[in-house]
Design a protein around this ligand. Structure first.
Ligand code: HEC
Ligand code: HEC
Length: 334
């Protein structure tokens, strides 16, 4: 009898303790799943919310955010050459470059978009809305056609990107968004060295001719690994066709699966790889309306005309430090 009472009390206390622990856990859990804040790493880099935190209520706004996520992660399925909704892009997904649907630190992350658009952009010489910026990537990175701002697809793209960056204070840049620029080499980047590195480290996924690899289980309709050059790749007006952007992207994200905390390539290797990839053939775009003010062209913009006298080859592959110094001195002396 005594034993029963003793064990009964013990049992009761264990249940009480369990309930207590569960309440604390539940509180903690609810707190993290309801908060809108992306994650900050120890070194204060921002990464966005993961797809399990997409709003799951029945409002039409939440439905747009979820559709936007789908479109960014599986662009080709909806808008690619065999797209279910429209056929306006090259078969790549936004997420091929904006990794983890734009949530990965230094993986072309969308963190700062909500806080900074509309904004002035020198490439067009105009104030650009978020719609215009999304169309830029549709027309250049996906070598396709833009969408009407009031189409469901454009509203969905924008709703997701605005949702993702909603916590970043207006006008500020979240550290970890976009691309982490690498220090310059003191020589020109070398496509021949890049080619050898490519064949050792990249071709097994991206193909010997940069053509990517298609998913045979989907009748080859989609890319398992996206193309890096050739007819299905980004065109020569895309932002990533600038050497510094491609090198910064590769260093922190490739081979696929690595991150900025554990890079695989040295800076030099990333620059040389970028030199090889961006000197291969890719689709053309009419760029005659870009950079209405030539003096605002970036140092590594690979096509003339230029407002300085450095040769095109130097704008394309470097060394870049002399170009940057020239422009710094010029603006300082104004
Ligand atoms: C081939 C790679 C690539 C693909 C694919 C791509 N983008 Fe981009 N995107 C870029 C680069 C590069 C930038 C410029 C980043 C910079 O200047 O730091 C950019 C910038 C952006 C920005 C502005 C980001 C900012 O912080 O100002 C938005 C918005 C955007 N892309 C949306 C999209 C959408 C939507 C898609 C799919 C329809 C897409 N992108 C597909 C490479 C790509
Ligand atoms: C294990 C396979 C794999 C390897 C190895 C790999 N990649 Fe990728 N790469 C991918 C995948 C998959 C993506 C798209 C990521 C996504 O959609 O989440 C990608 C995306 C890219 C992109 C942006 C999208 C595009 O098509 O332009 C570039 C640039 C790139 N890789 C370059 C490289 C380089 C350079 C190397 C060698 C250092 C490399 N990759 C090695 C699988 C790989």
């Amino acid at each position: 009898m005594n034993d029963i009472r003793k064990y009964g009390r013990l049992f009761f206390m264990i249940v009480l303790a369990l309930l207590f622990v569960m309440t604390i856990l539940k509180k903690g859990f609810i707190k993290t799943s309801q908060t809108n804040i992306g994650v900050l790493s120890k070194d204060s880099l921002w990464s966005g919310k993961t797809p399990d935190l997409l709003p799951n209520d029945t409002s039409s706004h939440s439905a747009l955010i979820r559709y936007g996520y789908e479109l960014i992660a599986h662009t080709s399925k909806y808008l690619g050459p065999n797209g279910q909704v429209k056929r306006i892009t090259n078969g790549m997904n936004c997420q091929n470059c904006h990794l983890q649907a734009g949530a990965k630190a230094w993986g072309l992350n969308y963190g700062s978009v909500a806080a900074n658009y509309p904004k002035f952009r020198a490439r067009s010489g105009t104030f650009e809305s978020i719609y215009k910026r999304i169309n830029d990537c549709l027309e250049r990175s996906l070598n396709g056609h833009g969408l009407d701002s009031n189409s469901s697809e454009m509203q969905a793209f924008a709703s997701y990107i605005l949702w993702l960056g909603a916590d970043i204070p207006k006008g500020t840049i979240a550290k970890g968004s976009g691309i982490n620029n690498l220090a310059f080499l003191n020589r020109a980047a070398n496509p021949d060295i890049g080619k050898a590195l490519y064949n050792t480290n990249c071709s097994k996924c991206h193909g010997n001719n940069g053509e990517g690899m298609r998913d045979s289980s989907e009748n080859g309709n989609y890319f398992l690994n996206p193309p890096l050059w050739g007819k299905s790749s980004y065109n020569h007006g895309a932002g990533i066709n600038q050497l510094s952007k491609l090198a910064g992207f590769i260093k922190n994200n490739m081979p696929n699966g690595i991150n900025y905390q554990q890079p695989f390539l040295t800076n030099q290797e990333a620059w040389d790889l970028a030199a090889y990839i961006n000197t291969q053939a890719r689709p053309n775009k009419d760029l005659s309306k870009d950079w209405p003010s030539l003096a605002t062209k970036p140092f590594d913009y690979p096509y003339g005309p230029y407002a300085d006298s450095f040769p095109q080859s130097m704008h394309q592959l470097g060394p870049f430090a002399p170009i940057q110094t020239y422009w710094k001195n010029k603006t300082n002396s104004k």
